[in-house]
Design a protein around this ligand. Sequence first.
Ligand SMILES: [Zn+2]
Length: 437
Amino acid sequence: MTTITNDQFFDPTVETMPRAELEKLQEARILQLVPYVYERSPLVRDLWEQHGVTPDDIKSLADFKAKVPFMDKDTIRAYRDKHNDPYGGLACVSAPHLRGVGFTSGTTGDPTPLPRPEDNAVVNGLKRELWQIGVRANDKFAYMLFSFRDGLNADRWMDCGMIPIAVQHSPLEIPYLVKISREHRPKALFMISTPIIMGLDAYQKKSGDDLREAFSSIQGVVFGGEPMSPNLRKIVEGWGLEIFELSSLGDLATAMECKAHDGMHTWEDIALIEHLDPNDNIEMPDGSRGELVVTALTDDVAPFIRYRTDDLISFTRQPCTCGRTHGRMKPVGRKGDEMLIGGRSVLPIDIFPFIGDFPETRSGLFQMIRPQREMDALRLRVGFDPDELHDDEAALCERISSKLQSELDIPISVELMSNEALLKLGPPNKIPRVSKS
Ligand SMILES: [Zn+2]
């Protein structure tokens, strides 16, 4: 383990807390939370009554994990619609404790409201992340949120002295981003996405502006929204920037890479992290894939309680070389996309690294066919460019199958389709990576 210096962490006591202490802290927070939410959150009370659970049944962290029923997006939406409650029965208090209402991005349906307390768990986690990138009091950072649905929260940064400069998350704002980078010399850029990178790349090509120079003060750039493709990574690294990938803990907080770049730290003093069998209440082994289930430990306004996120992660609590003791996750996909082929978990993320290996399939288009979760063999539709074909389709099919079979060690049957025909199966410019038929 590397030596921990005083200045390395924003909150060294919490960030490097021994795991036994961290679990004691979680248990104390859970035992305080249980009677609090049961008393106040109509959704929690409703759900627990249906399952015959009361706060008296929960005397330890182990009881909580064994007995408390799960909730998910559908539970919250159903409560919201039935009771005409915009907070889906989650809100425990109202003003003056309720300090803002954010919304989820709505990737898989209509956005879920996120009532926020003054002590905002998202910002509390982000302070630790920006600090480890190198942002200190009186340093500026470009604050480029995906959307302002979660509010600017600029005042929440004041207590640590970091100075956010707000920039709209839009390719149209790129000249402004470059201008403020030169004028204010921010230490970090939080955060960029695929459209912003494409926009910056186009801006550089068109204007000939030197982005490496413009961004020379930036010690780290945060990327989120989806897994980063090797092409995008190359573009951003070309500007001399270190990339930190970020993901979400079911929208209650964030998880981000540290300088070891071996998984994203999940703040376990802020969120109780469970890593479960996607169809059960069984803890998955360390290092394997499981569903991320979260409980908000520090939110007194509208805490999620055993919220099943639908996100599959690989997760470990092994110590990180950076010195932090909190677990690390790697997002691998959505629960509804996972297939078990002869008992082995397969997701689109497993196919991505190999599919572009042939000149005919360089566009990386493919679709997993998933009539049900468990199958004996993987059926894969692969897009190809007929102009690149240098033997025949049967030979290409054979090359792809044997490559994937040897990499993934599962039976695979490949169906070829022209890129053009495969693209027509999905909405414009998007290919559904998983299809029922
Ligand atoms: Zn680390």
